[in-house]
Design a protein around this ligand. Structure first.
Ligand code: HEM
Length: 423
């Protein structure tokens, strides 16, 4: 990470040098105390993109999140992005009310904690099947061999896609969201736009055509998908204000759910396992008392939010924490910072599985509050329980390499986590 004693005014927060080892927490700590609403002039990777305001405290992020009329999601959802604006705006995460609310409502009933709890046996069986593949092994790479296949099958079964295609969809989501990291996508942002996005569209069109012919895709007993319709069928057959969705809206609705389902839970699970391996005492507490896992999940979401930020854009001249913001300027909500706000948490950088905190990992209570909270919590609980039950002495495998982060100021996740399965 770049030096923290540099002049805050000249800091380019999204610059690659700050994100080589995850979010730059020392820098965020200084911003919260010295300059809680901070201006960054631009981007080295996106020279044509305008700069942005950074909001870093929990209270300010809460205020911005709740005021969608002043802070819109329709002009982009990340500080700088790979996807063209017209595609971002086809997802409900990139819309404002009322259309946002109508589209989101199509899915909300299927994502309540009660409905999601019905999927626990199926999710546990997916996790066990993936862990079974490690039988007889002494080492593995936790991101690609455990986390990725579990989350890909869970969201894949919700979407109604066949298991044989899980790896393809996971690759497409990773290379689009992590386009700035040369290991994740050697062809970079241009490659994502020229190759991956068209592939998403082509593959998705085939699935849409199938759904039009056969409304509810068949679902096998082992699937975690909601009984009845898969989520792609919901999009294909949805009517909003008496009109069917356009094809681009269906494809991007699918993309939103697939991307959120593939990247987020995987990210938080891997960071949690790393934290536990680095603090044996915390790991032992969970192994001896699995009833602590739900509290550990909340602490993990606080410490390691899967998305470091989301963005809004000011619709009118306004003021935040004494700082003037002009209509049209970008306003970035750094959840990675607010979750360690020292005015909310004692010793915020300490990972404590007994803390059971509230947090802003899923957003800060506004219109765009995460749809998948219950699913993410359940997946994390099951993945941690099953992994620790089988490998209570799992250790970092330093011989095989250090844990490595995806280079990204948006997706906060490890791309490499080599482990020894039993000490
Ligand atoms: C650790 C897991 C997860 C984290 C940390 C997370 C985080 C977030 C955050 C911060 C937002 C708010 C975006 C904003 O501020 O504009 C969001 C929205 C969303 N999330 Fe999640 N998410 C997770 C898992 C999931 C899963 C498993 C799904 C499953 C489908 C999902 C689906 C969505 C959707 C559809 C939205 C858009 C909501 C809207 O615009 O109203 N998320 N998520």
């Amino acid at each position: 990470m770049a030096a923290v004693d540099s002049d805050l005014e000249s800091v380019e927060l999204a610059a690659r040098e700050h994100w080589l080892e995850g979010p730059p927490h020392p820098l965020f700590r200084r911003m919260r105390s010295e300059c809680p609403v901070h201006w960054t002039e631009g981007f080295e990777d996106f020279p044509d993109e305008a700069g942005f305001w950074s909001v870093t405290t929990a209270e300010d992020i809460h205020a911005v999140s709740r005021d969608w009329e002043t802070y819109s999601s329709e002009h982009g959802i990340t500080a700088a992005g790979v996807l063209p604006l017209e595609l971002v705006r086809s997802m409900f995460i990139g819309m404002d009310p009322p259309k946002h609310d109508r589209l989101k409502a199509l899915f909300q009933a299927g994502f309540t904690p009660r409905r999601i709890a019905e999927h626990e046996p199926a999710i546990r069986s997916i996790a066990r099947r993936v862990l079974d593949r490690l039988d007889g092994r002494r080492r593995c790479e936790l991101v690609s061999e455990v986390a990725q296949p579990i989350v890909a099958r869970v969201i894949g079964s919700f979407m109604g896609i066949p298991e044989r295609d899980d790896a393809i969809w996971a690759r497409l989501m990773n290379s689009t969201l992590g386009a700035g990291d040369p290991d994740v996508n050697p062809d970079g942002v241009d490659g994502a736009l020229e190759r991956d996005v068209p592939e998403v569209f082509a593959r998705c069109r085939e699935l849409i055509a199938e759904r039009r012919q056969r409304p509810a895709a068949s679902i096998s007993d082992d699937d975690a998908s909601p009984r009845g319709e898969d989520l792609l069928s919901v999009l294909v057959h949805a009517e909003v204000d008496g009109e069917r969705l356009e094809e681009q809206e269906i494809v991007m609705g699918f993309f939103l759910l697939m991307a959120a389902g593939n990247d987020s839970t995987k990210a938080t699970f891997c960071s949690t396992m790393r934290a536990l391996m680095e603090d044996r005492e915390q790991m032992q507490m969970l192994v001896e008392n699995p009833a602590l896992v739900p509290s550990a999940v909340e602490e993990a979401l606080r410490m390691f939010p899967a998305f470091a930020h989301f963005r809004r854009t000011a619709t009118r001249d306004t003021e935040l924490h004494g700082q003037s913001i002009k209509a049209g300027e970008k306003v970035v909500l750094w959840y990675a910072s607010s979750n360690r706000d020292e005015t909310h948490y004692d010793d915020p950088d300490r990972f404590d599985v007994t803390r059971d905190p509230d947090h802003q990992a899923f957003g800060a209570g506004g219109r765009h509050f995460c749809l998948g909270t219950a699913l993410a919590r359940l997946e994390l609980k099951v993945m941690i329980e099953e992994t620790l039950a089988r490998y209570p002495r799992m250790q970092l495998d330093e011989q095989a390499g250090r844990p490595e982060y995806v280079e990204s100021p948006f997706i906060s996740q490890l791309k490499l986590l080599p482990v020894r399965l039993a000490a």
